[in-house]
Write a protein that binds this ligand. Structure first.
Ligand code: FO1
Length: 334
């Protein structure tokens, strides 16, 4: 069997780790191959280095090197180099880049500079993290450089209380997400380069050839939503013979971590499991929500809603969620 999943950062990576654990511990499913299509809208160039946060979160989580408490970055990390940059007053300092993590960004940037594509670079990084041996393929959604930017109000540098709005400005997604913790209202998201991006090699095929397509509980706006914006992806999802099953990223209207509610507010969508499912309803066959949201999820014409515990407390619990999503997929009429 071949499973294809669209994934963003921390939630997506943890879900894929649980999925792989379920497959590896279920007789008959061990040989299942999994293709993960990763969001690259979070990517940022810092200090001349190309940083791909969602790809790296997937690499480290699936490869066993992630800082589990954070969900991103490396375990046993140090920040000596960042300290040197701070001593020199090099900006920005609001994005923590650890010494081990910088190894990934230097390797990626060197290979990109030598003409390798992001897909080729990602495959080389995945090799080191042992993903092929786990029958896991990690594809960036596109090889075209794209970046999500957030449009916010530009205010007069006043006292801070009654600042007068004098316009708008776009800041990089990471500045909004990390430096401002999404506390500055996002007026809209703009993904530079997405309209002329081509799906990376293998991405559309992985959707069309899949036996099952899964949407992990990733951010529906800035992760899944960005992947859906790659030309051809949404059409492939609508056209695939495979059942498409998603897992709600909200429990009782709240994201377990991150700022999905702030992102949904920015696009005028209510922060409910039903509303998020509605964002995917043109291709979704099944939608798994937490029991807390079971009553509020409207049964859409063609989307079967199911409920089950969605808190990914550990790998076993996450494996159970993945198993439930696969059961839903197998119950979808061909
Ligand atoms: N998230 C933070 O909240 N603070 C950070 O300083 C930070 C640094 C960072 C460095 C590399 C990386 O791959 C991810 C990093 N993240 C950090 C997480 C990142 O902002 C988010 O995981 C994704 O971009 C959104 O899913």
């Amino acid at each position: 069997m071949h499973i294809t999943a669209l994934a963003g950062g921390v939630g997506g990576a943890r879900f894929i780790r649980g999925l792989r654990h379920h497959l590896d511990t279920t007789p008959g499913l061990e040989d299942t191959t999994v293709t993960v299509i990763a969001n690259t809208g979070d990517d940022i160039t810092l200090f001349g280095l190309r940083v791909c946060p969602d790809v790296d979160t997937l690499l480290y989580t699936l490869g066993g090197g992630v800082h589990d408490g954070q969900g991103w970055g490396r375990a046993d990390e140090s920040h000596r180099l960042q300290g040197e940059l701070a001593a020199y007053g090099v900006e920005p300092q609001w994005f923590a880049l650890g010494d081990l993590d910088l190894g990934t960004h230097i390797a990626r940037s060197q290979w990109l500079g030598q003409g390798a594509s992001l897909s080729q670079v990602t495959a080389r990084l995945a090799e080191r993290w042992g993903l092929p041996a786990q029958r896991l393929e990690l594809l960036p959604m596109t090889d075209t450089p794209v970046e999500t930017h957030v449009v916010v109000d530009e205010v007069e540098d006043g006292s801070g209380r009654d600042d007068e709005v004098v316009g708008e400005r776009a800041i990089h997604f990471q500045e909004w997400w990390v430096r401002h913790q999404a506390a500055v209202p996002a007026k809209r998201f703009v993904v530079a380069g997405l309209d002329r991006a081509a799906a990376a090699p293998g991405v559309l095929d992985a959707i069309r050839r899949a036996d099952v397509v899964l949407l992990p509980p990733s951010n529906p706006v800035v992760s899944i939503g960005i992947i859906l914006g790659v030309p051809g992806v949404r059409d492939a999802l609508r056209g695939t013979a495979a059942p498409v099953v998603g897992v709600s990223p909200l429990i009782s209207g709240r994201p377990v971590r991150g700022h999905a509610d702030a992102c949904l507010e920015a696009i005028g969508v209510e922060a409910t499991a039903a509303a998020v499912g509605g964002l995917y309803e043109d291709f979704l066959d099944g939608w798994l929500v937490d029991p807390a949201d079971a009553a509020t999820t409207l049964r859409r014409a063609r989307v079967e809603a199911h409920d089950g515990p969605l808190l990914m407390t550990d790998v076993e619990a996450t494996a159970g969620i993945a198993a439930h999503a696969l059961r839903i997929a197998s119950s979808v009429p061909a």
